[in-house]
Design a protein around this ligand. Structure first.
Ligand code: SAH
Length: 187
């Protein structure tokens, strides 16, 4: 796993998604070296960089040009990127040109989650997996309801991570934002 502290960050781009969350996403995705992965809302590239090391191909999309720039910088920093395509566009638009997806990760969707999930459903192959990371309660509910409407049996895991800081006078546990991982499989 890459370490959070090694990523380039930007005050205008959220991320990287924390290491422990990236690890859960990797195991839940069941990623293999044959997989075609889409990272919709790639931010700083936290998730893109992990999947680039394990998948056949990663296509990363973000509406914010600065996110594409910083994802590119992080890929370079970690010596990755040969199997990554970066697209500066809205997920709902870019996804229309992508077929046969094995794993779709939605880490950002603005107000377009339902629309993006409709397209993802259409573009996912028969063994496809969907993973959504959500911080807002509303996004969690929207994701679950939409996946149910599309015929999936979605799962939701709420994750609260606290990391310890070892101080002279003791160990201080510092919590990170709770985040939900919503997952569903086509098969
Ligand atoms: N997982 C990322 C953080 C994602 S933050 C990391 O590890 O760094 C969410 C990102 O989603 C933001 O960069 C935002 O610009 C992007 N985003 C929001 N709505 C989007 C949409 N409709 N299409 C593509 N990207 C979108």
């Amino acid at each position: 796993m890459l370490e959070d502290k090694d990523f380039f960050k930007s005050c205008d781009v959220p991320g990287p998604t924390k290491e422990a969350i990236r690890a859960i996403l990797l195991y839940k995705s069941e990623v293999t070296s044959d997989d075609k992965v889409v990272d919709c809302g790639c931010g700083t590239g936290g998730i893109t960089c992990e999947f680039a090391q394990r998948a056949h191909e990663v296509i990363s999309i973000d509406t914010n040009p600065e996110a594409i720039e910083i994802t590119n910088k992080n890929l370079d920093k970690f010596g990755l990127g040969d199997n990554v395509t970066l697209i500066n566009d809205n997920g709902s638009n870019a996804l229309k040109d992508i077929d046969d997806i094995d794993i779709a990760i939605v880490g950002g969707s603005g107000r377009e989650l339902e629309n993006i999930l409709d397209i993802v459903h259409d573009k996912l192959n028969s063994k496809g997996r969907i993973l959504i990371t959500a911080i807002l309660v509303d996004t969690k509910v929207e994701a679950i309801n939409k996946l149910k409407d599309l015929g999936y049996n979605p799962k939701i895991m709420e994750v609260n991570i606290s990391n310890g800081r070892v101080l002279d006078r003791g160990i201080l546990m510092i919590s990170e934002n709770p985040i939900a991982i919503i997952s569903a499989k086509k098969r």
